[in-house]
Write a protein that binds this ligand. Structure first.
Ligand code: PLP
Length: 229
């Protein structure tokens, strides 16, 4: 099942790229494995899936310790400052940076390990009060403040659009984030590159790709429904 699901998502990604006149090689698929067993991740990794997203620090660390196949981890969930030290040398990309205090903590822990952390700025495009992420107007200010940090590299933007019945309802959100991504890229700020735009989940990834996503985060369509207990 897992492999078939993965292939189906890859086919849909390619079709969305073709519709938008984009090269499928421009879009990276992150398989979101939160609360799913390690054996599922290993099966997919053996099938060629390289990137996996996790939301919880403890779970990510446990899986990283036990996994028998090399993978690239993405931290996509809300990250508390006091937990940065546990994941800093385990993850390839942190998608969920939404404050200067968190960026400074990442700087501190990355410096200790002698590495440069790759991060995205999380934006709340829909303006929902309950979601994490910055308002659009706040993004450029935060990026300018992060720019001098030597061990932190901003690579782009991330958003989670709301769950909607019809994914078309999220098109305007994705378009707005893509526009912001292009605008910031044009400013040529020191130490900032806008090359990753992380948007699109199971329900809306095809629309997100049509609107310029370079990274999509897919859980349910690959692993099936999540059952929290
Ligand atoms: C859980 C999660 C996803 C995956 O959601 P699906 O709808 O299952 O594809 C993507 N991004 C974030 C930030 C998540 O927390």
């Amino acid at each position: 099942m897992l492999r078939e699901n993965l292939m189906k998502v890859r086919e849909n990604m390619e079709a969305a790229c073709r519709r938008a006149g984009r090269d499928p090689g421009e879009v990276t698929l992150v398989a979101v494995s939160k609360i799913k067993p390690l054996s599922d991740i290993e099966e997919l990794a053996r099938a060629g899936q390289a990137d996996f997203g996790e939301n919880y620090v403890q779970e990510l660390c446990d899986k990283d310790e036990k996994i028998s196949v090399p993978v690239h981890w993405h931290m996509i969930g809300h990250l508390q400052r006091n937990k940065v030290k546990y994941i800093i040398d385990k993850v390839d990309l942190i998608h969920s940076v939404d404050s200067l205090s968190l960026a400074r903590q990442i700087e501190k822990e990355a410096a200790k390990k002698g590495l440069t952390a790759q991060i995205l700025i999380q934006v709340n495009v829909a303006g929902e009060e309950t979601k994490f992420g910055l308002d659009r107007e706040e993004v450029i200010g935060l990026i300018r403040e992060i720019s001098p940090l030597e061990h932190v590299k901003v690579r782009g933007l991330m958003t989670s659009a709301p769950y909607v019945e019809d994914p078309e309802e999220n098109r305007a959100c994705f378009r707005a984030l893509h526009q912001l991504f292009v605008d910031i890229g044009r400013k040529n700020i020191d130490n900032i590159s806008m090359d990753i735009l992380s948007m699109g989940m199971t329900n809306d990834y095809e629309v997100a790709i049509e609107e310029g996503a370079t990274m999509i985060r897919i859980g349910t369509a690959i692993f099936g429904e999540r059952h929290y207990n």
